[in-house]
Design a protein around this ligand. Structure first.
Ligand code: GSH
Length: 431
């Protein structure tokens, strides 16, 4: 590859790293200087447009990419390979122009050739109506009505609602909960579990009506409607209820379905990871975990796909200034150091992050001892001390960053696996 970093050479600068990473990934994102979040993933198909041509779809979605309804629309756009623009809406401080424009004030909304559509189901159907690429509804009239009825019935059939009630043990309704004895709460929880399992059995039966893995003959809007809700439940129930849909013998078809959805090409840069789902439940909905958020299964660095390694490398390289500032502000480092040493610490963090990106690109961890700031000019034992002091800062920065990544806001789920695997390996050999 293009970067040469033999022993005593300095690490490549950020621009060099970014260039190599971008040349080697299909991921697409833009920088949003001085805004939060400071990068955002964009449509995979913008390069299909002629120079100067504007995409005919504009998607309004939430800034953090947590909204399951936005995820439906984003997934459909990628499935149908429609180029689109994105406008992020901060749900904690919605702009007035947005609430004036969208009667519900909710995301998602889209403009299709300038025409506003809101409510995720209506948007999915409108996209289907307007764009015949990669159809997401069956062709036969009989089948179309089955699919439309399932979409229409999604809310009434209550599967996802039952799942969330079980997940929260009705904690969303805290008044009622505080008046209950522990035994009553226990009985309620069992009841909620049974109701959810009954609904999931119906879903399982539904999946059995067609020979393939999907809810209709082919992947369709019906699958899309269920995807964000069921994946979130599958990710959260083990942590907050000790209950697993995955590998549950009672629901083999649901498991096959979850795997098939997870592997769809169009979903790779749209899907959240389990950890992000867990954190949203914990931090936004204040659910208490009864199990620790499990680390994703260990992955060998060598098995990581280059496209995703490069995506992670590129995303960090294009955004390193914000990331370094975030580490300094939020990792706790600042509490322990004097104002005077901050610039030095900043430069050590910078070196470790470039080391991380270098590792993601090249597959080998650079030697930090040879690069301790000012190392060459110091005595041997001082160099050693300096190296450990730098390593301490590097370790804090990397550990903080490992857990900071939010998917798909900051990078795709697969890129996050690459990112976190690279950090784990670096941390394991930092001293
Ligand atoms: N029925 C709507 C639900 C959309 C929805 O609830 N969006 C949430 C984000 S997940 C929202 O905009 N919340 C902001 C608010 O409640 O003000 C749809 O399917 O589009």
């Amino acid at each position: 590859m293009a970067i040469d970093i033999s022993h005593n050479k300095p690490l490549p600068n950020w621009e060099e790293l970014l260039q190599v990473a971008q040349q080697n990934t299909t991921a697409k994102w833009i920088l949003r200087t001085a805004q939060s979040p400071s990068t955002t993933t964009i449509s995979s198909y913008l390069d299909r447009l002629n120079p100067g041509e504007k995409p005919s779809v504009l998607l309004y979605r939430d800034t953090n990419a947590w909204c399951p309804f936005c995820e439906r629309v984003w997934l459909a756009l990628e499935e149908k390979q429609i180029p689109f623009e994105v406008e992020l809406i901060n749900l904690r401080d919605k702009p007035e122009w947005y609430t004036d424009m969208v009667p519900t004030g909710l995301v998602p909304a889209v403009k299709i050739e300038g025409e506003l559509v809101y409510e995720s189901k209506d948007i999915l159907l409108a996209l289907e109506n307007k764009f015949d690429s990669f159809p997401l509804l069956p062709r036969e009239p009989q089948e179309i009505s089955v699919a439309l009825e399932m979409i229409e019935n999604f809310d009434n059939n209550g599967l996802i609602q039952a799942g969330y009630r079980f997940l929260s043990n009705s904690q969303f309704n805290s008044q009622q909960n505080t008046e209950m004895t522990p035994e009553e709460k226990e009985a309620q929880l069992l009841n909620l579990q049974t109701t959810f399992e009954t609904k999931l059995e119906q879903f399982e039966e539904r999946l059995g009506q067609y020979p393939g893995v999907y809810l209709m003959h082919e992947f369709s809007l019906v699958d899309i409607i269920y995807t964000p809700g069921l994946r979130r439940l599958a990710a959260n129930l083990p942590i907050f209820r000790g209950y697993s849909i995955y590998n549950n013998d009672r629901f083999p078809r649901t498991n096959q379905w979850l795997i098939a959805i997870d592997q769809r090409h169009a979903y790779q840069r749209v899907k959240p990871n389990a950890r992000t789902n867990n954190l949203v439940m914990q931090k936004i909905f204040r659910l208490q975990s009864i199990y620790n958020s499990k680390p994703e299964p260990q992955v060998e660095f060598a098995s990581l796909e280059k496209d995703y390694r490069m995506e992670a490398a590129g995303r960090l390289s294009s955004n390193y200034q914000t990331v370094v500032a975030d580490i300094l502000k939020n990792s706790g480092i600042k509490t322990w150091v004097s104002q005077k040493s901050l610039p030095k610490i900043e430069s050590v963090i910078d070196v470790y992050l470039r080391g991380l990106v270098y590792y993601l690109i090249e597959g080998s961890i650079p030697s930090f001892s040879a690069r301790a700031v000012d190392a060459q000019t110091e005595q041997q034992n001082e160099v050693k001390e300096k190296t450990s002091a730098d390593a301490a800062i590097g370790a804090i920065a990397l550990a903080f960053l490992r857990n900071r990544v939010c998917v798909p806001r900051d990078m795709s789920a697969n890129a996050a696996v690459a990112f976190q695997t690279a950090i784990d390996t670096m941390l394991s050999c930092i001293y």
